[in-house]
Ligand binder design. Structure first.
Ligand code: ZN
Length: 101
């Protein structure tokens, strides 16, 4: 990756994930209550208002609504087989922002 791929906080800029927007998503759990937050690439860019924002900046922005805990996001690839991905389409986690208890 070129240096342009990383933001000032050393994490990857969101637009770098756009070519993979249907095959990965970001996820993290609240350390306090255990709720799991998943965010699609496009939803994360929408949330930050720019693809130049980094995954670290999205993590800093996200708070668990019920308890205020900070959610650290990690990149989660779609691990299904190519055939399954073709048959079933993109994972729901790749679209929008969702919270699971
Ligand atoms: Zn929480």
């Amino acid at each position: 990756m070129s240096s342009d791929a990383l933001g000032p906080d050393g994490s990857v800029r969101l637009h770098r994930y756009l070519p993979l927007a249907t095959s990965l998503y970001f996820a993290g759990s609240c350390p306090t209550c255990g709720r799991v937050v998943t965010v699609g690439v496009e939803a994360a860019i929408e949330l930050m208002g720019s693809g130049e924002a980094t995954i670290g900046e999205v993590s800093a922005r996200l708070r668990c609504r019920p308890c205020g805990g900070r959610v650290d996001l990690a990149v989660c690839p779609d691990t299904r087989s190519v055939d399954t991905q073709k048959r079933d389409g993109p994972l729901p986690e790749t679209m929008g922002l969702k919270v699971r208890e």
